[in-house]
Design a protein around this ligand. Structure first.
Ligand SMILES: Cc1ncc(COP(=O)(O)O)c(C=O)c1O
Length: 491
Protein backbone atom coordinates (compact mmCIF):
# COMPACT_ATOMS: atom_id res chain seq x y z
CA UNK A 1 0.00 0.00 0.00
CA UNK A 2 1.00 3.63 -0.26
CA UNK A 3 3.49 4.64 2.35
CA UNK A 4 2.07 6.96 4.98
CA UNK A 5 3.88 10.17 4.17
CA UNK A 6 3.67 13.28 6.27
CA UNK A 7 1.29 16.11 5.31
CA UNK A 8 4.38 18.07 4.25
CA UNK A 9 5.25 15.32 1.81
CA UNK A 10 1.78 15.26 0.24
CA UNK A 11 1.80 19.10 0.10
CA UNK A 12 5.06 18.83 -1.87
CA UNK A 13 3.16 16.82 -4.45
CA UNK A 14 0.49 19.51 -4.67
CA UNK A 15 -2.03 17.46 -2.68
CA UNK A 16 -4.04 18.17 0.46
CA UNK A 17 -2.67 16.78 3.76
CA UNK A 18 -3.41 13.07 4.06
CA UNK A 19 -5.97 13.43 6.81
CA UNK A 20 -8.05 15.77 4.60
CA UNK A 21 -7.36 14.16 1.30
CA UNK A 22 -10.18 14.20 -1.24
CA UNK A 23 -11.20 10.97 -2.88
CA UNK A 24 -9.78 12.10 -6.21
CA UNK A 25 -6.41 12.85 -4.57
CA UNK A 26 -6.40 9.42 -2.96
CA UNK A 27 -7.07 7.86 -6.36
CA UNK A 28 -4.29 9.90 -7.93
CA UNK A 29 -1.75 8.99 -5.26
CA UNK A 30 -2.72 5.36 -5.33
CA UNK A 31 -2.20 5.21 -9.09
CA UNK A 32 1.15 6.92 -8.76
CA UNK A 33 2.52 5.06 -5.77
CA UNK A 34 0.85 1.68 -5.75
CA UNK A 35 0.26 1.00 -9.40
CA UNK A 36 -2.81 -0.65 -10.77
CA UNK A 37 -2.18 -4.36 -10.73
CA UNK A 38 -4.31 -4.68 -7.60
CA UNK A 39 -7.75 -3.88 -8.93
CA UNK A 40 -10.20 -1.85 -6.94
CA UNK A 41 -13.82 -2.76 -6.51
CA UNK A 42 -15.98 -0.44 -8.63
CA UNK A 43 -12.98 0.77 -10.57
CA UNK A 44 -14.60 3.73 -12.29
CA UNK A 45 -15.96 5.11 -9.04
CA UNK A 46 -14.11 3.33 -6.24
CA UNK A 47 -15.24 3.61 -2.66
CA UNK A 48 -13.14 5.33 -0.05
CA UNK A 49 -14.04 3.48 3.11
CA UNK A 50 -12.90 5.17 6.29
CA UNK A 51 -14.42 3.04 9.02
CA UNK A 52 -16.60 0.00 9.59
CA UNK A 53 -18.70 -1.58 12.27
CA UNK A 54 -20.38 -5.00 12.36
CA UNK A 55 -21.83 -5.54 8.85
CA UNK A 56 -21.63 -1.90 7.76
CA UNK A 57 -18.87 0.09 6.07
CA UNK A 58 -18.80 3.88 5.94
CA UNK A 59 -17.35 6.11 3.25
CA UNK A 60 -15.73 9.49 3.79
CA UNK A 61 -19.15 11.18 3.60
CA UNK A 62 -20.49 8.99 6.40
CA UNK A 63 -22.66 6.98 4.05
CA UNK A 64 -23.33 3.45 5.31
CA UNK A 65 -23.02 0.44 3.03
CA UNK A 66 -24.34 -3.01 3.86
CA UNK A 67 -21.41 -5.38 3.43
CA UNK A 68 -22.48 -8.63 1.76
CA UNK A 69 -18.97 -9.52 0.63
CA UNK A 70 -16.57 -9.55 3.52
CA UNK A 71 -15.92 -13.00 4.87
CA UNK A 72 -12.73 -11.77 6.53
CA UNK A 73 -14.51 -9.58 9.08
CA UNK A 74 -16.16 -12.78 10.14
CA UNK A 75 -17.59 -11.75 13.52
CA UNK A 76 -18.25 -8.21 12.31
CA UNK A 77 -16.00 -5.31 11.38
CA UNK A 78 -14.01 -3.96 14.33
CA UNK A 79 -15.67 -6.39 16.75
CA UNK A 80 -14.96 -4.81 20.17
CA UNK A 81 -13.80 -7.99 21.97
CA UNK A 82 -11.37 -8.80 19.17
CA UNK A 83 -10.06 -5.24 19.06
CA UNK A 84 -9.61 -5.26 22.85
CA UNK A 85 -7.78 -8.61 22.81
CA UNK A 86 -5.37 -7.38 20.12
CA UNK A 87 -4.72 -4.05 21.84
CA UNK A 88 -4.22 -5.65 25.25
CA UNK A 89 -1.70 -8.18 23.96
CA UNK A 90 0.09 -5.67 21.75
CA UNK A 91 0.69 -3.51 24.81
CA UNK A 92 2.24 -6.39 26.77
CA UNK A 93 4.28 -8.61 24.46
CA UNK A 94 4.64 -9.50 20.83
CA UNK A 95 7.45 -11.87 20.00
CA UNK A 96 8.01 -15.01 17.99
CA UNK A 97 7.13 -18.58 18.75
CA UNK A 98 10.64 -19.61 19.82
CA UNK A 99 9.46 -18.65 23.31
CA UNK A 100 6.73 -20.41 25.19
CA UNK A 101 3.45 -18.52 25.30
CA UNK A 102 0.04 -19.63 26.49
CA UNK A 103 -1.86 -17.87 23.68
CA UNK A 104 -0.29 -20.18 21.11
CA UNK A 105 -1.01 -23.46 22.86
CA UNK A 106 -4.51 -22.36 23.82
CA UNK A 107 -5.24 -21.42 20.23
CA UNK A 108 -3.86 -24.71 18.91
CA UNK A 109 -5.90 -26.56 21.53
CA UNK A 110 -9.11 -24.75 20.61
CA UNK A 111 -8.68 -25.31 16.88
CA UNK A 112 -7.71 -28.97 17.10
CA UNK A 113 -10.64 -29.56 19.50
CA UNK A 114 -12.90 -28.40 16.67
CA UNK A 115 -11.40 -30.92 14.24
CA UNK A 116 -12.20 -34.60 13.86
CA UNK A 117 -9.51 -37.10 14.87
CA UNK A 118 -6.71 -37.57 13.85
CA UNK A 119 -6.27 -33.88 12.89
CA UNK A 120 -4.30 -32.86 15.93
CA UNK A 121 -1.25 -30.78 15.00
CA UNK A 122 -1.34 -27.06 14.24
CA UNK A 123 1.15 -24.89 12.31
CA UNK A 124 0.63 -21.13 12.59
CA UNK A 125 1.24 -18.88 9.61
CA UNK A 126 0.17 -15.40 8.51
CA UNK A 127 -2.06 -15.83 5.49
CA UNK A 128 -4.08 -18.30 3.51
CA UNK A 129 -1.32 -18.38 0.91
CA UNK A 130 1.31 -19.32 3.48
CA UNK A 131 -1.03 -21.99 4.81
CA UNK A 132 -1.54 -23.57 1.40
CA UNK A 133 2.14 -23.36 0.48
CA UNK A 134 3.03 -25.15 3.70
CA UNK A 135 0.29 -27.71 3.04
CA UNK A 136 1.92 -28.54 -0.30
CA UNK A 137 5.29 -28.97 1.41
CA UNK A 138 3.77 -31.24 4.04
CA UNK A 139 2.01 -33.32 1.40
CA UNK A 140 5.12 -33.76 -0.72
CA UNK A 141 7.35 -34.57 2.20
CA UNK A 142 4.91 -37.10 3.60
CA UNK A 143 4.08 -38.88 0.34
CA UNK A 144 7.43 -38.40 -1.41
CA UNK A 145 5.35 -37.70 -4.49
CA UNK A 146 5.29 -34.55 -6.58
CA UNK A 147 2.00 -34.07 -8.39
CA UNK A 148 -0.95 -31.97 -7.34
CA UNK A 149 -4.56 -32.40 -8.38
CA UNK A 150 -6.47 -29.13 -8.25
CA UNK A 151 -9.88 -28.00 -9.42
CA UNK A 152 -10.60 -25.90 -12.46
CA UNK A 153 -11.25 -22.25 -11.51
CA UNK A 154 -9.62 -22.80 -8.13
CA UNK A 155 -7.71 -20.08 -6.31
CA UNK A 156 -5.38 -21.05 -3.47
CA UNK A 157 -3.18 -17.98 -3.02
CA UNK A 158 -0.74 -15.54 -4.50
CA UNK A 159 2.62 -17.33 -3.96
CA UNK A 160 4.40 -18.75 -7.00
CA UNK A 161 3.72 -22.30 -5.83
CA UNK A 162 0.01 -21.53 -5.59
CA UNK A 163 -0.47 -19.60 -8.80
CA UNK A 164 0.74 -22.82 -10.48
CA UNK A 165 -2.23 -24.68 -8.97
CA UNK A 166 -4.78 -21.87 -9.34
CA UNK A 167 -6.46 -22.01 -12.76
CA UNK A 168 -8.54 -19.00 -11.64
CA UNK A 169 -5.31 -17.03 -12.04
CA UNK A 170 -3.05 -18.92 -14.39
CA UNK A 171 -5.68 -19.13 -17.11
CA UNK A 172 -5.35 -15.35 -17.39
CA UNK A 173 -1.56 -15.30 -17.67
CA UNK A 174 -0.45 -14.83 -21.25
CA UNK A 175 1.48 -17.83 -22.59
CA UNK A 176 1.30 -19.59 -19.24
CA UNK A 177 2.41 -23.19 -19.53
CA UNK A 178 0.68 -25.44 -17.04
CA UNK A 179 3.33 -27.30 -15.03
CA UNK A 180 3.51 -31.02 -15.75
CA UNK A 181 2.99 -31.76 -12.05
CA UNK A 182 -0.38 -29.98 -12.04
CA UNK A 183 -3.53 -31.89 -12.93
CA UNK A 184 -6.80 -30.01 -13.22
CA UNK A 185 -10.03 -31.79 -12.32
CA UNK A 186 -13.46 -30.47 -13.31
CA UNK A 187 -15.37 -28.29 -10.86
CA UNK A 188 -18.08 -30.48 -9.27
CA UNK A 189 -20.75 -28.06 -10.44
CA UNK A 190 -24.00 -29.91 -11.08
CA UNK A 191 -25.69 -26.84 -12.55
CA UNK A 192 -23.38 -25.90 -15.45
CA UNK A 193 -20.30 -28.10 -14.99
CA UNK A 194 -19.03 -31.05 -17.04
CA UNK A 195 -21.78 -33.29 -15.65
CA UNK A 196 -25.10 -31.57 -15.09
CA UNK A 197 -27.82 -32.91 -12.86
CA UNK A 198 -30.38 -32.28 -15.60
CA UNK A 199 -28.46 -34.65 -17.93
CA UNK A 200 -27.89 -37.32 -15.26
CA UNK A 201 -31.14 -37.66 -13.34
CA UNK A 202 -30.86 -39.94 -10.32
CA UNK A 203 -27.15 -40.61 -10.80
CA UNK A 204 -24.52 -40.37 -8.07
CA UNK A 205 -23.08 -37.04 -9.23
CA UNK A 206 -20.43 -37.12 -6.54
CA UNK A 207 -19.06 -40.44 -7.80
CA UNK A 208 -19.28 -39.25 -11.40
CA UNK A 209 -17.14 -36.17 -10.75
CA UNK A 210 -14.77 -38.15 -8.53
CA UNK A 211 -14.18 -40.57 -11.39
CA UNK A 212 -12.36 -37.77 -13.23
CA UNK A 213 -10.09 -37.38 -10.22
CA UNK A 214 -9.42 -41.11 -10.29
CA UNK A 215 -8.38 -40.86 -13.93
CA UNK A 216 -6.00 -38.00 -13.08
CA UNK A 217 -4.50 -40.14 -10.31
CA UNK A 218 -3.86 -42.86 -12.85
CA UNK A 219 -2.27 -40.36 -15.24
CA UNK A 220 -0.05 -38.95 -12.50
CA UNK A 221 1.14 -42.38 -11.41
CA UNK A 222 1.77 -43.44 -15.00
CA UNK A 223 3.71 -40.21 -15.63
CA UNK A 224 6.09 -40.98 -12.76
CA UNK A 225 5.34 -37.97 -10.53
CA UNK A 226 2.86 -39.73 -8.30
CA UNK A 227 0.01 -37.97 -6.53
CA UNK A 228 1.22 -35.89 -3.59
CA UNK A 229 -2.17 -34.36 -2.96
CA UNK A 230 -5.61 -33.36 -4.02
CA UNK A 231 -6.36 -29.79 -2.92
CA UNK A 232 -9.70 -28.03 -3.10
CA UNK A 233 -11.84 -25.59 -1.23
CA UNK A 234 -14.48 -27.56 0.63
CA UNK A 235 -17.00 -25.36 -1.18
CA UNK A 236 -15.50 -23.60 -4.15
CA UNK A 237 -15.90 -19.90 -3.63
CA UNK A 238 -13.74 -18.25 -6.29
CA UNK A 239 -15.07 -20.51 -9.02
CA UNK A 240 -18.66 -19.43 -8.39
CA UNK A 241 -20.06 -20.53 -5.01
CA UNK A 242 -20.15 -24.23 -5.83
CA UNK A 243 -21.65 -26.83 -3.51
CA UNK A 244 -20.20 -30.25 -4.44
CA UNK A 245 -22.74 -33.04 -4.72
CA UNK A 246 -23.09 -35.60 -1.91
CA UNK A 247 -20.49 -38.35 -1.93
CA UNK A 248 -17.99 -36.28 -3.87
CA UNK A 249 -15.29 -35.92 -1.22
CA UNK A 250 -15.79 -39.49 0.00
CA UNK A 251 -15.05 -40.88 -3.46
CA UNK A 252 -12.28 -38.38 -4.21
CA UNK A 253 -10.49 -39.12 -0.94
CA UNK A 254 -10.71 -42.84 -1.64
CA UNK A 255 -9.15 -42.50 -5.11
CA UNK A 256 -6.44 -40.09 -3.98
CA UNK A 257 -5.44 -42.21 -0.99
CA UNK A 258 -5.39 -45.36 -3.12
CA UNK A 259 -2.89 -43.52 -5.34
CA UNK A 260 -0.75 -42.72 -2.29
CA UNK A 261 -1.70 -39.04 -2.05
CA UNK A 262 -3.12 -36.95 0.76
CA UNK A 263 -6.23 -34.77 0.75
CA UNK A 264 -6.13 -31.06 1.55
CA UNK A 265 -9.25 -29.04 2.28
CA UNK A 266 -8.84 -25.30 1.87
CA UNK A 267 -11.15 -23.66 4.41
CA UNK A 268 -9.60 -20.22 4.00
CA UNK A 269 -12.90 -18.74 2.85
CA UNK A 270 -15.51 -21.14 4.12
CA UNK A 271 -14.28 -22.22 7.56
CA UNK A 272 -15.10 -21.07 11.08
CA UNK A 273 -18.81 -21.83 10.98
CA UNK A 274 -19.86 -19.94 7.88
CA UNK A 275 -21.89 -22.95 6.73
CA UNK A 276 -23.91 -22.81 9.93
CA UNK A 277 -24.42 -26.49 10.66
CA UNK A 278 -20.70 -27.21 11.15
CA UNK A 279 -17.45 -25.47 11.96
CA UNK A 280 -15.82 -26.68 8.75
CA UNK A 281 -17.37 -26.96 5.32
CA UNK A 282 -15.83 -30.38 4.57
CA UNK A 283 -18.04 -31.73 7.39
CA UNK A 284 -21.09 -31.10 5.20
CA UNK A 285 -20.09 -34.18 3.22
CA UNK A 286 -20.40 -36.53 6.20
CA UNK A 287 -18.90 -37.35 9.58
CA UNK A 288 -16.60 -39.89 7.96
CA UNK A 289 -14.94 -37.25 5.76
CA UNK A 290 -11.60 -36.40 7.35
CA UNK A 291 -8.96 -34.60 5.28
CA UNK A 292 -5.25 -35.15 5.97
CA UNK A 293 -4.57 -31.42 5.98
CA UNK A 294 -6.86 -28.45 6.54
CA UNK A 295 -5.82 -24.88 5.79
CA UNK A 296 -7.51 -21.80 7.25
CA UNK A 297 -7.03 -18.05 7.22
CA UNK A 298 -9.17 -15.00 6.50
CA UNK A 299 -11.92 -15.26 9.17
CA UNK A 300 -9.50 -16.60 11.75
CA UNK A 301 -8.17 -13.12 12.54
CA UNK A 302 -11.24 -11.07 11.63
CA UNK A 303 -8.94 -8.94 9.48
CA UNK A 304 -5.73 -9.41 11.46
CA UNK A 305 -3.19 -11.58 9.59
CA UNK A 306 -3.30 -14.99 11.20
CA UNK A 307 -3.74 -18.37 9.53
CA UNK A 308 -3.07 -22.02 10.22
CA UNK A 309 -2.52 -25.50 8.86
CA UNK A 310 -3.92 -28.44 10.79
CA UNK A 311 -2.75 -31.94 10.05
CA UNK A 312 -2.30 -35.40 11.45
CA UNK A 313 0.52 -36.48 13.74
CA UNK A 314 1.75 -38.82 10.97
CA UNK A 315 2.10 -36.01 8.40
CA UNK A 316 3.70 -33.67 10.95
CA UNK A 317 6.17 -36.38 11.96
CA UNK A 318 7.22 -36.99 8.35
CA UNK A 319 7.88 -33.28 7.99
CA UNK A 320 9.97 -33.15 11.14
CA UNK A 321 11.84 -36.28 10.16
CA UNK A 322 12.84 -34.67 6.86
CA UNK A 323 15.06 -32.40 8.92
CA UNK A 324 13.81 -29.02 7.78
CA UNK A 325 12.99 -26.82 10.73
CA UNK A 326 9.80 -24.82 10.25
CA UNK A 327 10.22 -21.27 11.44
CA UNK A 328 7.94 -18.38 10.64
CA UNK A 329 8.84 -15.01 12.16
CA UNK A 330 5.28 -13.82 12.72
CA UNK A 331 3.35 -17.08 12.60
CA UNK A 332 1.73 -17.83 15.95
CA UNK A 333 2.91 -14.69 17.70
CA UNK A 334 1.11 -13.81 20.96
CA UNK A 335 -0.94 -11.03 19.36
CA UNK A 336 -2.21 -13.04 16.41
CA UNK A 337 -3.07 -15.95 18.72
CA UNK A 338 -4.87 -13.57 21.11
CA UNK A 339 -6.89 -12.34 18.15
CA UNK A 340 -7.72 -15.85 16.93
CA UNK A 341 -8.72 -16.90 20.43
CA UNK A 342 -10.99 -13.85 20.72
CA UNK A 343 -12.60 -14.63 17.35
CA UNK A 344 -13.32 -18.20 18.43
CA UNK A 345 -14.75 -16.91 21.71
CA UNK A 346 -17.07 -14.45 19.97
CA UNK A 347 -18.30 -17.15 17.59
CA UNK A 348 -19.19 -19.28 20.60
CA UNK A 349 -20.56 -16.52 22.83
CA UNK A 350 -22.80 -15.15 20.12
CA UNK A 351 -23.82 -18.58 18.87
CA UNK A 352 -22.89 -17.50 15.36
CA UNK A 353 -23.13 -20.96 13.80
CA UNK A 354 -26.79 -21.19 14.71
CA UNK A 355 -27.27 -17.59 13.56
CA UNK A 356 -25.60 -18.33 10.20
CA UNK A 357 -27.85 -21.33 9.75
CA UNK A 358 -31.07 -19.47 10.54
CA UNK A 359 -30.28 -16.35 8.53
CA UNK A 360 -28.76 -18.41 5.71
CA UNK A 361 -31.84 -20.65 5.44
CA UNK A 362 -34.03 -17.55 5.42
CA UNK A 363 -31.89 -15.83 2.78
CA UNK A 364 -31.86 -18.91 0.55
CA UNK A 365 -35.64 -19.31 0.81
CA UNK A 366 -36.14 -15.64 -0.12
CA UNK A 367 -33.70 -15.99 -3.04
CA UNK A 368 -35.71 -18.95 -4.31
CA UNK A 369 -38.91 -16.88 -4.12
CA UNK A 370 -37.18 -14.31 -6.26
CA UNK A 371 -36.03 -17.01 -8.67
CA UNK A 372 -39.67 -17.97 -9.20
CA UNK A 373 -40.41 -14.39 -10.32
CA UNK A 374 -37.31 -13.47 -12.31
CA UNK A 375 -36.22 -15.69 -15.18
CA UNK A 376 -32.78 -14.08 -15.02
CA UNK A 377 -32.04 -16.17 -11.92
CA UNK A 378 -31.02 -19.59 -13.24
CA UNK A 379 -29.81 -21.13 -10.01
CA UNK A 380 -29.75 -20.39 -6.30
CA UNK A 381 -27.35 -22.40 -4.17
CA UNK A 382 -25.73 -22.11 -0.82
CA UNK A 383 -25.40 -23.19 2.73
CA UNK A 384 -25.40 -20.96 5.78
CA UNK A 385 -24.04 -17.53 4.91
CA UNK A 386 -22.40 -18.74 1.72
CA UNK A 387 -24.84 -18.10 -1.10
CA UNK A 388 -24.60 -17.87 -4.88
CA UNK A 389 -27.24 -16.52 -7.25
CA UNK A 390 -26.42 -17.47 -10.82
CA UNK A 391 -27.79 -15.16 -13.52
CA UNK A 392 -28.52 -16.51 -16.98
CA UNK A 393 -30.17 -14.96 -20.03
CA UNK A 394 -31.79 -18.29 -20.90
CA UNK A 395 -32.62 -21.00 -18.41
CA UNK A 396 -32.39 -23.75 -21.02
CA UNK A 397 -29.09 -22.83 -22.65
CA UNK A 398 -27.80 -21.36 -19.34
CA UNK A 399 -26.16 -18.53 -21.24
CA UNK A 400 -24.33 -16.56 -18.54
CA UNK A 401 -25.87 -13.13 -17.91
CA UNK A 402 -22.51 -11.44 -17.39
CA UNK A 403 -23.50 -7.91 -18.36
CA UNK A 404 -26.65 -8.12 -16.29
CA UNK A 405 -24.68 -9.33 -13.27
CA UNK A 406 -22.27 -6.40 -13.55
CA UNK A 407 -25.23 -4.03 -13.85
CA UNK A 408 -26.77 -5.54 -10.71
CA UNK A 409 -23.56 -4.92 -8.75
CA UNK A 410 -23.48 -1.33 -9.88
CA UNK A 411 -27.14 -0.69 -9.04
CA UNK A 412 -26.81 -2.42 -5.67
CA UNK A 413 -23.91 -0.13 -4.88
CA UNK A 414 -26.07 2.86 -5.80
CA UNK A 415 -28.47 1.58 -3.19
CA UNK A 416 -25.66 1.20 -0.63
CA UNK A 417 -25.29 -2.57 -0.83
CA UNK A 418 -21.86 -4.09 -1.53
CA UNK A 419 -22.03 -7.28 -3.49
CA UNK A 420 -19.61 -9.04 -5.83
CA UNK A 421 -19.80 -11.53 -8.66
CA UNK A 422 -17.66 -14.52 -9.47
CA UNK A 423 -17.31 -17.61 -11.62
CA UNK A 424 -15.48 -17.79 -14.95
CA UNK A 425 -18.23 -15.68 -16.54
CA UNK A 426 -18.64 -13.37 -13.54
CA UNK A 427 -22.37 -14.06 -13.63
CA UNK A 428 -22.77 -15.45 -10.13
CA UNK A 429 -23.74 -12.97 -7.43
CA UNK A 430 -21.95 -14.07 -4.32
CA UNK A 431 -22.87 -13.40 -0.74
CA UNK A 432 -20.50 -14.14 2.11
CA UNK A 433 -21.23 -11.40 4.59
CA UNK A 434 -19.92 -10.99 8.12
CA UNK A 435 -21.65 -13.60 10.26
CA UNK A 436 -23.65 -10.97 12.13
CA UNK A 437 -25.68 -10.31 8.95
CA UNK A 438 -29.31 -10.31 10.09
CA UNK A 439 -32.70 -11.33 8.71
CA UNK A 440 -33.48 -7.62 8.45
CA UNK A 441 -30.34 -7.22 6.30
CA UNK A 442 -31.53 -10.16 4.18
CA UNK A 443 -34.88 -8.38 3.69
CA UNK A 444 -33.15 -5.15 2.66
CA UNK A 445 -30.94 -7.05 0.25
CA UNK A 446 -33.86 -8.95 -1.28
CA UNK A 447 -36.03 -5.85 -1.70
CA UNK A 448 -33.27 -4.02 -3.56
CA UNK A 449 -32.33 -7.02 -5.69
CA UNK A 450 -35.99 -7.52 -6.58
CA UNK A 451 -36.23 -3.89 -7.69
CA UNK A 452 -33.04 -4.06 -9.75
CA UNK A 453 -34.09 -7.31 -11.43
CA UNK A 454 -37.45 -5.73 -12.23
CA UNK A 455 -35.63 -2.85 -13.92
CA UNK A 456 -33.74 -5.44 -15.96
CA UNK A 457 -36.96 -7.30 -16.79
CA UNK A 458 -38.19 -3.95 -18.16
CA UNK A 459 -35.16 -3.89 -20.46
CA UNK A 460 -33.24 -1.32 -18.42
CA UNK A 461 -29.77 -2.61 -19.23
CA UNK A 462 -27.60 0.29 -20.40
CA UNK A 463 -25.82 -0.27 -23.68
CA UNK A 464 -22.89 -0.73 -23.79
CA UNK A 465 -22.48 -2.18 -20.33
CA UNK A 466 -19.30 -0.96 -18.62
CA UNK A 467 -16.76 -3.65 -17.85
CA UNK A 468 -16.64 -2.50 -14.23
CA UNK A 469 -19.57 -1.16 -12.26
CA UNK A 470 -20.15 2.54 -12.75
CA UNK A 471 -21.79 4.42 -9.94
CA UNK A 472 -24.97 6.28 -10.73
CA UNK A 473 -25.24 7.61 -7.21
CA UNK A 474 -28.20 9.94 -7.16
CA UNK A 475 -27.12 11.51 -3.91
CA UNK A 476 -30.60 11.02 -2.46
CA UNK A 477 -29.86 8.10 -0.25
CA UNK A 478 -27.75 8.54 2.79
CA UNK A 479 -26.66 4.97 3.16
CA UNK A 480 -28.40 1.67 3.41
CA UNK A 481 -32.00 2.16 4.56
CA UNK A 482 -31.30 5.88 4.49
CA UNK A 483 -29.28 5.64 7.72
CA UNK A 484 -26.00 7.38 8.27
CA UNK A 485 -24.92 5.05 11.00
CA UNK A 486 -26.08 1.85 12.58
CA UNK A 487 -24.99 0.58 15.92
CA UNK A 488 -23.67 -2.91 16.44
CA UNK A 489 -26.74 -3.52 18.59
CA UNK A 490 -28.88 -3.37 15.48
CA UNK A 491 -26.78 -6.05 13.82
C1 LIG B 1 -9.70 -20.21 -1.11
C2 LIG B 1 -8.55 -19.34 -0.83
N1 LIG B 1 -7.39 -19.90 -0.43
C3 LIG B 1 -6.31 -19.15 -0.16
C4 LIG B 1 -6.33 -17.79 -0.31
C5 LIG B 1 -5.10 -16.97 -0.04
O1 LIG B 1 -5.27 -16.28 1.15
P1 LIG B 1 -4.41 -14.95 1.45
O2 LIG B 1 -4.90 -13.89 0.52
O3 LIG B 1 -4.70 -14.70 2.91
O4 LIG B 1 -2.98 -15.29 1.23
C6 LIG B 1 -7.52 -17.17 -0.72
C7 LIG B 1 -7.57 -15.70 -0.87
O5 LIG B 1 -8.46 -15.12 -1.43
C8 LIG B 1 -8.65 -17.97 -1.00
O6 LIG B 1 -9.79 -17.44 -1.40
Amino acid sequence: MASHKSPASSAKQGLAPLEHMSKSDTILLRKRLVGESCKLFFRSDPLKIVRAEAQYMYDEQGRAYLDCINNVSHVGHCQPDVVAAASRQLAVLNTNNRFLHDNLVLCAQRITDLMPEPLSVCFFVNSGSEANDLALRLARTHTKHRDVITLDDAYHGHLSSLIEISPYKFKNIQNHKQADWVHVAPVPDVYRGKYRECDHPGEDMGALYAEDVRRLCEKSTAGGGGVACYIAESLQSCGGQIIPPPNYLREVFRHVREAGGVCICDEVQVGFGRVGSHWWAFQLQGDDIVPDIVTMGKPMGNGYPVAAVVTTRAVADSFRAAGVEYFNTYGGNPVSCAVANAVLQVIEDQNLLQHAKEVGDYLLARCRELQARHSLIGDVRGVGLFVGIELVTDRVTKQPATAEAQHVLSRMKDESILLSSDGPDRNILKLKPPMVFSKQNADTFMAVLDQVLEELDDGDLPDPVPEQPVSQTNGKTNGVNGHRRKSAAEA
